[in-house]
Design a protein around this ligand. Sequence first.
Ligand SMILES: [Zn+2]
Ligand SMILES: [Zn+2]
Length: 76
Amino acid sequence: MVCYVCAGEGKRSDAVAICILCGMALCAEHVVREELPVLARLHTGMGETRRELPERLPRFLCPACSRALHQAEGEA
Ligand SMILES: [Zn+2]
Ligand SMILES: [Zn+2]
């Protein structure tokens, strides 16, 4: 597999990851690695609290999907 973004620019780079949203193959230069916090729910006497766990969930995105996701987050 070669990087889809590089291929569009007339270059050839080996892909190292796949975007989890659109399935685009990406080289190390174009991949966007993000980490999502994992939350645990703890029941206390006063109700429920959320605590962020130390290990985070990695995900690989292409630049286009990353932009699309963050524009949605900005609106919320
Ligand atoms: Zn690339
Ligand atoms: Zn994508």
